[in-house]
Ligand binder design. Structure first.
Ligand code: GAP
Length: 512
């Protein structure tokens, strides 16, 4: 297996070469941070979506799903705080004309100083034995100096962010002597706040038109429908509303392939609870969502929690589930205790009551909300990057295989006649005609069986079924397993049951 630095570009080119992900509008040289899903990507994405939907909606009788519009009344985004506060601090380098997120420049500079400290510690560790690390960190002059610098910067940075002090942020960039990676100069503009929402005009006549936004999160579609769903579904607290849909953010530093996109898909659930019980539900949803990830079997230690120290204005607790991507541990999902901030604010802005009458307490209140929010594209990247493997085989060749969990694989079965004649294609198609009602299948008669296996390995097909001359006599076929490459002879009549059991989502759902 290649090391991580080599791995990521390979995954990106594999995704393109095998029809998983293409750059948007590629024939026009693409559109930055926007991607299209190809024939296999669309299937994998659909299967991940289904896993989430079934786990959240189908398996929980107190959670229902909706599908709200992307366009919403502009006041929604005023009430949610996105018009005023959904900003990134940006800075331009006057020489290279390149734009950067000022906070990212500072964070990267701090990381470099941290790396220096770690290098110093590692060097000392190798030199001294026994080694008292805590003592070394608190007494070594260079380490102490750098740590003091980091602490001071972090304190100033936090204060500047909280006070919305853009001059203060610029001063940190100057003090840290950060240079533009392209021009190498420190010739910076002032730092400005840049709103991440895309806007457009609604209305056919310009005088009548009003500015509306492409939603930056799906959650607000749930909040504004809270009472509609509660009343029409006769929902009793605690209950949840789930939704999957597109979201749009004008990300300035859009990078790492589909990790940070300008158009992406979210899978969000708002769980409405009695005020005062939110911390219990927050802890419970943290564990449930972690179990959803673990049940995929992507590998031990691939996920971890990261509790937020600095909370958003609406939250009283928040944590990320981070995943070990090829470029390190990064946020994959957020679990937030959002208090009653959103419903309360929508009440104020709309003038409509958004309260729940609790029959047990005989009183009305604005429920508190625990949110789970995961990016579908990020989940796709987590699965694809873990599934991609290069295996050295005994014959000295390397096989590229996607070990995607079978229930998520884009194609479940490929049926292959050993030759193109003697009635084998017809027999293969008979099998296909049975399996295709339950699964996405393929038929392949071109090239050697070995080459056909490799093609299926590359797209992650868990089973290949080969029909040979013997099959015409005994109605048995060879089934080849993707991960182990083992083969077994099975009766054609047993195939539907065998394949169904191996690709069933139910076994995974039972682990939740
Ligand atoms: N409603 C809460 C919310 O939107 P968030 O942390 O901003 O919270 C939730 O986003 C999840 O959406 C993230 O954990 C990530 O998986 C995904 N996400 C956010 N921005 C993204 C982007 N630009 N590209 C891809 N996924 C993104």
């Amino acid at each position: 297996m290649s090391n991580n630095a080599e791995l990521f570009p390979k995954i990106i080119s594999h995704a393109k070469e095998y029809g998983f992900i293409f750059q948007s509008s590629e024939i026009y040289d693409g559109l930055a941070a926007v991607y299209d899903y190809g024939q296999y990507g669309a299937e994998l994405k659909k299967n991940i979506r289904e896993y989430w939907w079934k786990a959240m909606v189908q398996m929980n009788e107190n959670i229902v799903g909706i599908d709200s519009a992307i366009f919403m009344h502009p006041t929604v985004w005023k009430a949610s705080g996105h018009v005023d506060a959904f900003n990134d601090p940006l800075i331009d380098n006057k020489d290279s004309k390149k734009r950067y997120r000022a906070d990212v420049l500072i964070e990267e500079a701090v990381q470099k100083i941290e790396a220096k400290i770690e290098k110093e510690v590692e060097k000392a560790k190798a030199r001294f034995s026994p080694f008292d690390e805590a003592m070394f960190r608190s007494t070594n002059a260079r380490v102490v100096e750098n740590q003091t610098k980091i602490d001071a910067i972090n304190t100033r940075f936090k204060a500047a962010l909280e006070a919305n002090d853009m001059d203060g942020i610029k001063q940190i960039i100057i003090d840290l002597e950060i240079v533009c990676p392209i021009s190498g100069t420190k010739n910076w503009t002032d730092v400005r706040q840049f709103n991440l929402m895309f806007s457009t005009e609604m209305g056919s006549v310009s005088e009548d038109s009003s500015k509306i936004y492409l939603r930056p999160e799906t959650a607000q579609g749930i909040f504004v429908n809270f009472l509609n769903v509660q009343k029409t579904g006769r929902m009793r607290i605690p209950f949840g509303i789930a939704q999957i849909g597109k979201a749009f953010r004008n990300e300035i530093v859009a990078r790492q392939f589909i990790f940070r996109m300008r158009e992406f898909e979210q899978m969000e659930m708002q769980f409405f609870v009695r005020p005062g019980t939110e911390m219990e539900w927050y802890e419970s949803w943290k564990q449930k969502r972690m179990q959803w990830h673990i049940a995929l079997g992507l590998g031990e230690g691939k996920q971890r929690f990261h509790d937020h120290l600095k909370l958003a204005h609406y939250a009283n607790a928040a944590a990320d589930i981070e995943f070990e991507f090829p470029f390190g541990f990064k946020e994959l999902e957020g679990i937030h205790s959002r208090t009653d901030f959103d419903l309360k604010s929508h009440e104020e802005f709309s003038g409509k009551k958004l309260r729940y009458f609790d029959p047990e307490l005989n009183e009305s209140y604005i429920p508190y909300v625990v949110e789970t929010s995961i990016g579908l594209d990020r989940m796709f990247l987590a699965i694809l990057s873990t599934a991609y493997n290069e295996e050295k085989l005994e014959d000295g060749t390397t096989r590229e295989v996607l070990n995607i969990p079978a229930f998520l694989a884009p194609v479940k079965v490929c049926v292959m006649p050993l030759t193109k004649k003697d009635g084998l294609p017809e027999k293969a198609r008979e099998i296909l005609d049975v399996l295709k009602y339950d699964h996405i299948t393929q038929y392949d008669e071109k090239d050697s069986i070995g080459k056909r296996y490799r093609r299926q390995d590359s797209i992650g097909t868990p089973f290949c079924i080969t029909v040979d001359h013997q099959s015409l006599e005994d109605n048995m076929v060879t089934i080849r397993h993707r991960d182990t490459m083992t083969q077994e002879r099975v009766a054609i009549a047993d195939l539907p049951k065998l394949v169904n059991s191996k690709v069933s989502i139910n076994e995974v759902l039972k682990q939740l």
